[in-house]
Design a protein around this ligand. Structure first.
Ligand SMILES: NC(=O)c1ccc[n+]([C@@H]2O[C@H](COP(=O)([O-])OP(=O)(O)OC[C@H]3O[C@@H](n4cnc5c(N)ncnc54)[C@H](OP(=O)(O)O)[C@@H]3O)[C@@H](O)[C@H]2O)c1
Length: 255
């Protein structure tokens, strides 16, 4: 049969957050899988040169519900690797809205599985950061959609270019003295980006089942403050961390 008459039976996988740190690295691995890859991006023209010709790039914004229907058409598994934190003052509200849009559109499109990378943290910990609380809420919204959802909860992803790693690095490089909010004393288990990518790929082959949460991280339990101190030690920097019970809204915003 001529190639142009062959009907592809490869499942279509949608990758959101494809222009981001984790998503950008996942593209290369997904392009080696026996799948048809479709990437969703707010600026497709920027992403196009970074992917193979066989990879589809579609325009979409998780805050624009109608843009998701076309992107999710025929999709069997959808990766949700989006967060709106960097561009938004009210990230909790926007992340909630985005997750509701994505969950509902996935259900409408008949998506069979959502794979979501969220944050590692204990909901019962009063010092849990607003960011982690919001990441967990997004996981709940996706699960409530009725589409089987695999949620990975990761601590700081270590690797050059990772937002949380870069934040820790630039703060430590610049500030000899830091007034620290309580959540910096929260224990976490950082993970290397390559390990995260392996988990995300493995999730494609998990047997069908219930919603699942996998907490992923290295065996080392450290606080965010420990990570700052260790980074400073390796860079030969002297840094003072002063914990304060309450930060002014202005200082909290800076963190
Ligand atoms: N990096 C870490 O240390 C870490 C740790 C634990 C968990 N995670 C989780 O891993 C996931 C990915 O993180 P990341 O570090 O790769 O993030 P990132 O580099 O900041 O990328 C975020 C992605 O979200 C996209 N996005 C933002 N707003 C959007 C919108 N309205 N519509 C569509 N796409 C939008 C961005 O696209 P644009 O290019 O258009 O802005 C970008 O591709 C997140 O769920 C995060 O919570 C990350």
């Amino acid at each position: 049969m001529p190639d142009n008459l062959k009907v592809s039976t490869a499942p279509t996988i949608l990758l959101t957050g494809a222009s981001g740190y984790v998503g950008g690295r996942l593209i290369k691995l997904l392009e080696q899988q026996p799948i048809q890859l479709r990437c969703l991006a707010r600026n497709p023209e920027k992403l196009r040169p970074l992917v193979k010709d066989s990879t589809e790039v579609v325009r979409g914004d998780v805050l624009e519900a109608q843009s998701l229907d076309e992107a999710l058409k025929g999709v069997s598994t959808a990766y949700y690797l989006v967060h709106l934190m960097s561009g938004s003052h009210d990230f909790e509200k926007q992340d909630r809205e985005a997750a509701v849009n994505f969950a509902q559109a996935s259900k409408r499109a008949g998506v069979q599985r959502i794979i979501y990378l969220g944050g590692l943290g204990d909901d019962s910990d009063p010092a849990l950061s607003p960011h982690l609380r919001s990441r967990h809420e997004v996981g709940e919204i996706l699960k409530d959609s009725g589409v089987e959802t695999i949620e990975f909860r990761a601590g700081m992803v270590i690797g050059a270019g990772s937002l949380s790693y870069q934040l820790m690095k630039s703060l430590t490089d610049r500030l000899p003295v830091m007034l620290c909010p309580r959540w910096l004393a929260t224990p976490t288990q950082p993970i290397a980006v390559d390990d995260v990518l392996e988990y995300l790929i493995a999730a494609l082959d998990l047997p069908k089942g219930e919603n699942r949460i996998f907490e992923i991280g290295s065996p080392d339990v450290v606080t965010y403050a420990d990570l700052i101190r260790e980074y400073a030690r390796q860079q030969g920097l002297r840094r003072w961390l002063i914990f304060v019970p309450v930060l002014t809204p202005y200082l909290s915003g800076l963190w």
